[in-house]
Design a protein around this ligand. Structure first.
Ligand code: DC
Length: 230
């Protein structure tokens, strides 16, 4: 069976990672959440005092880039990879609203993207990889055999994020989350470097009205077609 590269791009909070993780587990591929990498850089910057309000100390962050090591380790309890920042598991810390509120600005910095794209290409060199993000099919792996572009309405995505945070016991506000989702769409799609765009050869999936199980089956069928199994 041919081992391929699968690129999953799309808007924030539209369930890309859930479907990508499930498929990776099912077909024995490595799953890489590139959003988690930008989130880990953001967490690092917040902790180092390099972000205050809307201001990022770009030169400070640039000089720290070599001190930021991001790795993933499979967690047998959840069956999914956890994100590590300099050896510390930060899977929970990178999903807070504070990190979400700053991550798009950090991800728009050219030197941050360069460092992350470089690492992502090395992680995916061996094929048999499912990578999710915003620029995987357009920039990181333009030759990926399967490209999917996922979207859903902003209101539905905000509701999903709200439910997720509440389930983790976080105090949150729906309107604030909706605002964050819309703001991230705007920044991600209008930034100068590698904006969120659908690759011309990507298959579009609007999952506004699909269940997780339905998405999973849809993606599995696309994978089989692309890997030449049917
Ligand atoms: O998928 P996510 O919400 O965890 O992504 C966090 C942020 O990182 C999002 O605002 C866009 C950015 N991002 C990016 O610019 N490029 C990627 N490949 C992945 C994420």
């Amino acid at each position: 069976m041919k081992r391929i590269t699968i690129a999953i791009d799309g808007h924030s909070s539209c369930g890309k990672s859930t479907m990508a993780k499930d498929l990776a587990r099912e077909i024995g591929y490595v799953y890489i959440d590139t959003g988690a990498m930008y989130r880990a850089v953001t967490l690092y910057a917040l902790r180092a005092g390099l972000i205050s309000g809307e201001q990022i100390d770009e030169e400070g962050l640039r000089s720290h880039m070599d001190d930021i090591a991001i790795t993933f380790t499979f967690n047998p309890e959840t069956g999914r990879p956890d994100t590590y920042l300099n050896g510390e598991c930060v899977e929970r810390e990178i999903r807070t609203l504070e990190v979400s509120q700053h991550v798009s600005q950090v991800a728009a910095l050219g030197f941050v993207r360069e460092a992350m794209v470089d690492q992502q290409r090395r992680m995916g060199e061996a094929k048999g990889v499912i990578m999710d993000g915003r620029d995987i099919g357009t920039v990181v792996f333009p030759n990926a055999e399967l490209k999917v572009f996922v979207t859903a309405s902003a209101a539905i995505r905000a509701q999903r994020r709200y439910d997720e945070l509440r389930a983790k016991g976080e105090d949150c506000n729906y309107d604030e989350i909706l605002h964050n989702v819309e703001e991230r769409d705007r920044i991600d799609s209008t930034r100068e470097i590698s904006p969120l765009r659908q690759a011309p050869d990507a298959i579009v999936l609007d999952n506004s009205h699909l269940t997780i199980e339905e998405q999973k089956l849809w993606l599995l069928a696309q994978y089989r077609k692309a890997a030449g199994e049917e």
